[in-house]
Write a protein that binds this ligand. Sequence first.
Ligand code: SF4
Ligand code: SF4
Length: 457
Amino acid sequence: MDAGSIIIGSVKKLTKSFKGGVRLIEHKYTKNSPIERCPDPDTVSISLTQHIGVMCRPTVKAGDRVLEGQLIGEIPGGLGCPVHASVSGTVLRIEEVTTAAGGTSYNIVIENDKQHCISPEVQTFGKKLSEAGSDEIIAAVRRAGIAGMGGTAFPTHAKLSASRGKADRIIVNCCESEPFVCANHRIILEYPEEVIAGAKIMAAAVGVREVWLAVESDRRDEAARLSRHLQNGGIVSVRKISSKYPSGSEKQLVSALMGVEIGEGKTPIDAGCVVFNSETCMAVYEAFAKGLPLIGRVVTVDGDCVAQPKNLLVPIGTSMSHLIDCCGGLCNEPKKIIAGGPMMGTAQWDPDAPVTKNTSAVLVLSKFFDRESKLPPVCIRCGRCVRACPMKLMPLKIAAYSDRGQLDKCESFGALSCIECGCCTYVCPGGVPVAQTVARAKSAIIAKRRRAVSQGK
Ligand code: SF4
Ligand code: SF4
């Protein structure tokens, strides 16, 4: 037990925190809205690059009939996750698309027959957890195409493999500190047993004897709901962390709970733990218990332009415009559509962009949420960005060097440690786009390093 901590039942009473961060207005208008099944879309467009790693190779072609849960894209080799049909129907085409980040991807477009015909490939694991070996569990997670559903979309099977023999503990990230987003919150309230079961399956795969369910301190309903399904003395317990942004960031979560900093180039495994999102745990449970690949997820559809905000269970590949229609359409003039939260999400230029494995929210915001100042940005050296930075950086310095093109200086001030949380921009009274400038420096440094590697320097 950590010094000074007290466990009562399965809930640790002491709330832990991390340095920096900000308190945001929550705007969690759908926190009491139960998850609803999204009405069937006419088509889905399933990306072949919705994870970190190599692009999938399609295993189907235009005109093929596909069934729900059928493999439609496999990994040719290297890091990645296969993709599966989220509906039954007919493949219309495989098309080249431009992603929100400006890259190129290929999507498989399927016309939905709305019959929900399940593929014979969908088979339960067929063994009890106590009889399953680590390799078998990890292979099942890989087959199910599970990638981190909290944002990074890192292949879960690779994370499990990498942490075997190195991690002593799994931390389940139940923190959802981005405004508006309630998908995780609803999953924890409605499916606590499945989340816990998924975490235990991953504990068996990694070989750890301890699982911490990390919840934000002001989410008493989550802690209570999870605790109801825990046994005293079992391997799973609830830990509370301070409700501030970005508590959902892996590095801040580990810093708060373990008291160690995860700096540049380090991962939670360096602190002896591995972190999985709560929805990812549920996906692992679904794969193990029902043989279901990752073909759907819960998405919060909200923002001041959405008429009836909801939490929807959505087939992967559903267009954002369909989700907005299912929520009563638009009620204000939209300025921005964001996939994910307003702080770390990605602005979309195409309202028909599809939901991917890591889309936790679709937000449609009006100019009311646009923080662009009409005045030229100016740094008044107030130091607020330094106090807010959860990675203990000096964002104003990095931004200034970035503006002058001094990448070496940016690097020496730790630009590569930036987690792109946006706290520095949020607190800046001078309207300086600090986070964007630091992120630009980070990208330029990474590109420079890649160039040097390719030139053999
Ligand atoms: S918060 Fe803005 S004004 Fe204050 S030091 Fe940082 S960049 Fe300058
Ligand atoms: S965006 Fe980067 S520099 Fe700014 S507060 Fe977050 S981690 Fe620090």
